[in-house]
Design a protein around this ligand. Structure first.
Ligand SMILES: [Zn+2]
Length: 83
């Protein structure tokens, strides 16, 4: 019996580890990158506000975070849509 380790990915919305190849795993593409989610509510939350979950690091990330917060105030939602 071989040990098969299924590759795990993290659902950015709820933080749950999910197997990437699982048929129940949902995929959303943002900026050409696949992101994986455990449930429709998670993928919807991500697609509504991807910047909130992507959390870029460094000065650009902080700048973007401010931009997102400003957008939320002005438009009631963050940034441009994913697709
Ligand atoms: Zn989830």
């Amino acid at each position: 019996m071989g040990v098969y380790q299924e590759e795990k990915v993290v659902d950015l919305v709820c933080g749950m580890e999910i197997p990437r190849g699982d048929p129940d795993t949902l995929i959303s593409y943002c900026n050409g990158q696949p992101y994986y989610f455990c449930a429709p509510c998670c993928i919807k939350a991500f697609e509504k506000n991807p910047a909130r979950y992507l959390k870029p690091k460094g000065p650009i990330g902080r700048f973007l975070a401010r931009l997102v917060n400003a957008n939320i105030k002005v438009f009631g939602r963050a940034g441009p849509p994913c697709h």
